[in-house]
Design a protein around this ligand. Structure first.
Ligand SMILES: *Cc1c(COP(=O)(O)O)cnc(C)c1O
Length: 487
């Protein structure tokens, strides 16, 4: 190694060290008016941390820069600006609103059922101050939190009693733990389902302490198969709605009526995990008929459970409706304490069932049902409006309005295709993947899918209320290819 003369060595390091010395000191920076403002917003501790990080970053850049420069700019203003960006980014919550342009109404990854005004108001009311959550106002003493919704659920579904827990997975677990712990529960081999997110009937059964007793075959299970599987250890008969798949062709399943008759003969409760829990006749939306909760209970099922945030259109919850003796036993089960609903959910759930007291009101005020009932003409008009707005700004981009297919999603009615309309963009200067990426990076992200190298924006899941914002963000993303909004 060549040793430079001492004087030259110093000279060689001169530039860099000189620049490093010009970096403002933390203490001085913290007195800058702009930094004081940041402190006021984000707190002194976090601001100090951001300023330090920015300075470390600057130092590193200077050391890394080539000896002849160019060195990054060193000024109090530059450091402050960098610190402000860091703070802003950190302040932003990761969970936020998106536009769902997938046409999938109950998109599990996008939060399933969105809530309507009246449902949100009830949740807001419950959480924005004290409430009579567990206080009986008439008697001036302790009350039960479920009293706010059980009456409504019973009235709407026609059940003797009802209870709700955090989700339907918890509902199934609670039912089995309460009435079939240590006993065999008979399930058809065609109904041993897995719902996304590791909800698998055999595993839930194991967790709840019940013993799975499979019967019949994947495609055909007759009532005689259930009867043959009954022993003195049998605790219940369970029917699971095959929500997210269909077995087609040479098939047979035992009906609810048959199961109820068998249950009566052997004194066994019949449990139905309905999954989606429809309360209105879906035929009025042009869909095929799904058995409603009311129908199943009327046929004599002892307990029915379903999700709050699937077709019901409410908050995340698992609702159990049925015989009062079982409901009472569940209220007193230790798991109930772990699975119980919080006050916001109770507010939203009660408001959801209140809507169903008047079916027309429900279709108007519950967004999931609103979206289902939107007509093709309405969706076409909305697609045209968006496309027109976009092409008037962009001119050359390949924008068209086309028929598309909406889905229910959330593992409900997997074969049901709902005719819809979409705005289709064929990007000219980038790939469809790139555009989809940029749409997802918007301050309010737009979630869309790609088909045949084109971006499909389905209109069914973009509400009238959000349309103007949606158009503005979409246009912004399409116009401004180099500035994705957030990078
Ligand atoms: C969706 C579903 C579940 C799980 O419900 P969550 O509310 O998501 O916990 C259970 N069983 C069936 C049949 C389902 O469709």
């Amino acid at each position: 190694m060549i040793r430079l003369p001492r004087r030259m060595r110093r000279e060689y390091r001169m530039d860099r060290n000189q620049i490093l010395r010009t970096i403002p000191r933390v203490d001085d920076l913290m007195k800058e008016p702009a930094v004081l403002t940041l402190s006021g917003i984000y707190g002194k501790k976090e601001t100090l941390r951001a300023v330090r990080e920015e300075l470390d970053c600057l130092r590193e850049q200077i050391i890394k820069a080539s000896e002849n420069g160019p060195f990054p700019a060193v000024s109090a203003a530059a450091v402050t600006e960098g610190a402000a960006l860091r703070l802003e980014e950190r302040w932003e919550l990761s969970l936020r609103k998106v536009f769902n342009a997938t046409g999938i109404i109950l998109h599990t990854n996008l939060g399933r059922a969105p809530l309507g005004e009246r449902q949100m108001e009830a949740a807001f009311e419950a959480m924005s101050g004290y409430s009579n959550l567990e206080y009986n106002l008439l008697e001036g003493k302790r009350g039960k939190r479920w009293e706010h919704y059980t009456g409504l659920i019973s009235r709407v579904t026609g059940s003797e009693g009802a209870i709700a827990v955090n989700n339907n997975a918890a509902a199934v677990t609670l039912i089995l733990s309460t009435i079939a712990r240590g006993k065999e529960v008979i399930v058809s081999r065609g109904e041993l389902i897995e719902i996304g997110g590791r909800f698998r009937i055999p595993e839930v059964m194991e967790q709840s302490g019940a013993v799975l007793r499979e019967t019949g075959c994947t495609n055909r299970t007759r009532i005689s198969d259930y009867e043959r599987a009954i022993t003195e250890n049998t605790g219940a008969l369970l029917k699971v709605h095959t929500s997210n798949y269909r077995i087609l062709g040479f098939t047979e399943e035992a009906s609810i009526e048959e199961l109820v008759r068998l249950g009566e003969k052997y004194q066994l409760p019949v449990i139905v995990d309905l999954g989606s829990g429809v309360l209105v006749d879906l035929e009025k939306f042009g869909l095929s008929h799904e058995p409603t909760v009311q129908e199943i209970l009327k046929k004599g099922a002892d307990l029915v459970c379903f999700s709050g945030d699937k077709l019901l259109g409410g908050p995340q919850a698992g609702i159990i409706a049925g015989r009062q003796t079982y409901i009472k036993a569940m209220e007193n089960h230790p798991l109930m304490r772990a699975f119980r609903l919080d006050k916001c959910t109770i507010g939203a759930l009660a408001a959801t069932f209140r809507e169903y007291l008047n079916e027309e009101g429900a279709c108007e005020n519950i967004p999931v049902l609103q979206m289902l009932s939107r007509s093709e003409e309405e969706l076409m008009a909305q697609a045209r409006e968006v496309a027109w707005d976009l092409s008037s700004r962009l001119g050359d981009a390949g924008i068209s309005v086309e028929k598309s297919i909406s889905m229910l999603g959330g593992g409900s009615m997997p074969l049901e295709e709902i005719p819809s309309y979409a705005v289709v963009i064929e990007p000219k200067h980038e790939s469809a993947e790139e555009l989809v990426h940029r749409l997802a990076a918007l301050p309010v992200p737009i979630i869309a899918h790609i088909k045949n190298d084109r971006v499909i924006l389905d209109m069914r899941t973009i509400s009238e209320k959000e349309l103007n914002d949606f158009k503005a963000y979409l246009a912004g993303a399409c116009e401004n290819r180099t500035h994705p909004g957030r990078c």
